[in-house]
Write a protein that binds this ligand. Structure first.
Ligand SMILES: NC(=O)c1ccc[n+]([C@@H]2O[C@H](COP(=O)([O-])OP(=O)(O)OC[C@H]3O[C@@H](n4cnc5c(N)ncnc54)[C@H](OP(=O)(O)O)[C@@H]3O)[C@@H](O)[C@H]2O)c1
Length: 345
């Protein structure tokens, strides 16, 4: 096949309103590939990330929520997410040479025409896709820029086996926390979190009252909360937050992924009087919006920690574009662990 007749395979949203997101809401379609214009490159994708936030992007009414940091997806749109691939064609003035490996935002397709300014050159002989596409930097930025971890802290990470959480627990410990507690859905994931991610204790949604479990594993309270869940888990953590505790809010999957009543409102009842008395800091934080400059620092820090053997970039790798919609369905249903990546042929 010549470059002119290249067929591009990409995943499109067929339609979705709310509730359980399923693979049949998406289709892999073939289209005629475009050529890169001035300032653009054609990239042959090798890996891309599957994020549960795609569910939110596809939800009817998302566009009405002011400040949502990603563009809504409408039926017929091609999905997009972080990807890594090789430049196979460069348009005039693109400034990237054929053969360069780049990270860019146009995954969910095998070939992408990308503005060169949206490409980040990966100048390394060996590429670890989980390091570049993972959410370690979100967790790192949250724990370094949004709040601080102090030596001796007890840290609590909700959705601690998830894409952000699987890194946040490890990073909190590397930054000084001496006790790290996470949450997950079930015992199997809890065992994996303790064995692979080094959590000291894990509270499970199938293990009864979160408050009671937390009181047992954090009898002296909590200093640092990294919250991806909201709801009951956030409330329980804040109830036992110690004086001067710091809490960073990154997501609200208990509302976002609620299989019965998914909602963009993440309501929770808090005793704010107690938060005042104990001087608790709470901060909502978006790494993309508030700390894009920290990405390079994170890649350097990760390399140092990896050299010292102190951190693991765990991920679930799925092979082939055809499997990507099912991977998204399974990630939203909580059946997968940590970062989810798709590897293309
Ligand atoms: N602020 C930022 O900079 C930023 C950046 C990226 C993403 N985010 C947001 O951060 C949140 C986490 O993102 P992520 O990609 O790391 O997702 P994630 O934690 O990997 O989310 C999937 C996991 O959520 C858990 N889950 C599913 N339904 C749940 C429910 N009803 N209640 C509690 N937990 C449930 C499941 O884990 P278990 O089975 O282990 O419970 C599932 O595996 C999302 O809201 C995302 O939009 C924020």
């Amino acid at each position: 096949m010549t470059e002119q007749t290249r067929i591009v395979r990409e995943v499109k949203l067929l339609g979705y309103n709310s509730g359980k997101l399923k693979a049949e809401h998406f289709a892999v379609v073939e289209t005629a590939g475009a050529e890169p214009g001035p300032g653009q490159v054609l990239v042959r994708n090798r890996w891309f990330r599957v994020s549960i936030s795609t569910r939110l992007m596809a939800e009817a009414g998302t566009e009405d929520v002011k400040g949502i940091p990603f563009p809504p997806l409408n039926p017929g749109d091609t999905l997009a997410d972080g990807a890594i691939g090789e430049v196979v064609r460069a348009g005039p003035g693109a400034g990237l040479s054929v053969g360069s490996v780049v990270m860019h935002p146009l995954g969910w397709r095998d070939y992408a025409v990308v503005p060169a300014e949206q490409c980040r050159l990966i100048d390394s002989p060996v590429v670890d896709p989980a390091a570049w596409l993972g959410h370690g930097w979100t967790a790192y930025a949250a724990l370094v820029k949004a709040i601080q971890v102090r030596p001796g802290d007890t840290a609590f990470v909700t959705s601690g086996a998830g894409a952000i959480g699987s890194m946040a627990g490890q990073i909190a410990r590397l930054l000084g926390a001496t006790r790290v507690i996470g949450t997950t859905s079930n015992q199997e994931k809890a065992r994996w979190m303790q064995a692979e991610l080094g959590y000291d204790a894990v509270v499970t949604r199938d293990g009864g009252s979160v408050r009671e479990q937390l009181a047992k594993v954090a009898p002296d309270g909590i200093d640092v909360i990294v919250d991806m869940v909201g709801g009951e888990q956030l409330a329980a953590a804040l109830e036992i937050a110690r004086h001067g505790a710091r809490c960073v809010l990154l997501g609200a999957v208990s509302a976002e992924l609620n299989p019965h009543n998914a909602t963009l409102k993440a309501l929770v009842e808090l005793d704010t009087f107690q938060l005042i008395l104990r001087g608790v800091t709470m901060r909502g934080f978006s790494a993309d919006e508030e700390a894009p400059e920290m990405f390079d620092a994170w890649i350097r820090q990760l390399a140092d920690w990896q050299r010292e053997g102190g951190i693991r970039t765990t991920h679930t790798m799925v092979k082939g574009l055809d499997q990507a919609p099912l991977a998204l369905q399974e990630a939203c249903a909580g059946h997968l662990k940590s970062l989810v990546l798709v590897e293309l042929e």
